[in-house]
Design a protein. Structure first.
Length: 437
């Protein structure tokens, strides 16, 4: 589900309504604790909304490390800080009278013809039958009427009330600033990134630039992860971080799609089998927190019954802090974060499913030369088995250090004082500061 909006599935027996919404944070607290935090956030938001000026910056779901960072940023911008919770839009029933239309086309066969026939049927109700109610709902929010700028890192993905409000504000001239939300962006192609580049006035990257796109402003890794304190001598595990994908394709990009996940799983099993017994015994496999229907935990227990599996009960950075080495299996966020915090990292993925941009090739090749990146699971397993006795010795080798430093500057650089960095960019976009480029 790409947008996470309330939708209706039409079946012969009737209509089954499904709804979901985004979350305020990526907090992995127990449900009761998270519920209490959200309740407090709602109370705080209602109180602070009464002090909001019509020209305040709208700061929402930025992707910063914590809600505290969002509050500090708003203070640095000279406004009363507020938290904005994400709430799902209204659920609207299907009305077939709204769907009696077609998209004309000259061709009468093929994929394009099929898509045109499906759009009237599959278009979400909130953008058809319920569109007016969505607009009315966004108008009722106590958000700035004429914001100096709008800044988000995620709400343009899944918050449909925000989208309706943002569309109206940007049409009136408010600039939209979008921050990089995770990995893959800058190293590979995706439709979602093409879209956010099309709608943004500025795009804040984690370090990379694009000579053909002046909208990109490199500010560094805004979420800047940190490792919890602990005894470095306890780093005796190897941590394999796995990924997940929906049963059906929901977005298009240079990554695995739908049933390709089964091939991805086979790659993981092949990697484990190719490890030396010493490394295999020290391996912890971190499974994706979200189960999308693949039953991957059962598959792992069937294929590797003695393997230590971590099903998402612990914070990922706690596991990283205990790892002698982290193995990342996709072109995503994981290996950017482990490189950022300087934890020895081995990366592998199938380049036929995870193709990279030409601009990223030199940096990936540099990682490949020193044994960090592998496009073959057996190569990755052999390398890890070989360095296991002295991982730190390998990671501190001059050639490895240079390759990591070059890659980090480009794709996961240190943002420094993130609040001042963002204040400078946002004030510039709003016309209150010097140019950022």
């Amino acid at each position: 589900d790409f947008t996470n909006i309330p939708c209706s599935i039409r079946i012969p027996e009737g209509i089954d309504y499904l709804s979901s919404s985004g979350s305020l944070t990526h907090d992995r607290n127990p449900p009761r604790v998270l519920e209490s935090k959200l309740r407090l956030a709602n109370i705080f938001s209602k109180c602070s909304s009464r002090l909001t000026k019509s020209t305040d910056y709208l700061i929402i779901n930025t992707g910063l490390r914590s809600l505290r960072d969002e509050l500090v940023l708003q203070l640095r911008l000279g406004q009363i800080p507020r938290l904005i919770t994400v709430e799902p839009p209204v659920t609207v029933a299907i009305d077939n009278t709204y769907r009696c239309w077609t998209l004309d086309a000259s061709e009468q066969t093929g994929f394009a013809f099929c898509v045109r026939r499906l759009i009237p049927e599959q278009m979400p109700t909130i953008y058809l039958e319920g569109y007016q109610r969505l607009c009315d709902e966004s108008s009722r929010r106590r958000w700035p009427r004429s914001p100096k700028a709008i800044f988000t890192g995620a709400s343009h993905y899944y918050d449909d009330v925000f989208k309706a409000w943002c569309a109206e504000r940007t049409e009136e001239g408010a600039p939209l600033v979008i921050a990089q939300h995770g990995g893959h962006v800058g190293t590979a192609w995706s439709f979602t990134h093409d879209h956010e580049m099309a709608i943004a006035d500025r795009f804040l990257s984690w370090g990379w630039t694009d000579p053909a796109e002046s909208k990109v402003v490199p500010v560094g890794m805004l979420k800047a992860p940190t490792l919890p304190g602990g005894d470095g001598n306890k780093r005796h595990r190897a941590l394999l971080v796995t990924s997940n994908i929906g049963l059906q394709s929901s977005s298009i990009g240079s990554h695995m799609l739908s049933s390709q996940y089964l091939g991805y799983l086979e790659d993981q099993f092949a990697f484990v089998e190719a490890l030396s017994s010493v490394v295999r015994d020290a391996l912890t496999v971190r499974l994706s927190v979200e189960e999308s229907g693949w039953e991957f935990e059962h598959r792992w227990r069937d294929r590797c019954p003695s393997m230590t599996l971590e099903t998402g009960q612990r914070q990922i950075m706690d596991l990283v802090a205990e790892a002698r080495v982290v193995i990342s299996t996709t072109n995503g966020t994981t290996f950017l974060e482990t490189i950022f915090v300087d934890v020895p990292t081995v990366v592998y993925w199938d380049t036929s499913r995870w193709a990279v941009l030409e601009s990223a090739r030199p940096y990936i090749e540099a990682l490949k030369t020193v044994g960090i990146f592998h496009d073959d699971v057996e190569s990755a397993a052999m390398h890890l088995s070989r360095i296991w006795g002295d991982v730190e010795g390998w990671w501190s080798d001059g050639a490895v250090v240079d390759a990591v430093a070059s890659f980090k500057r480009r794709y996961c650089s240190d943002p420094g004082d993130v609040h001042d960095t963002l204040r400078t960019v946002l004030r510039c976009v709003a016309g209150d500061g010097p140019p950022t480029n």
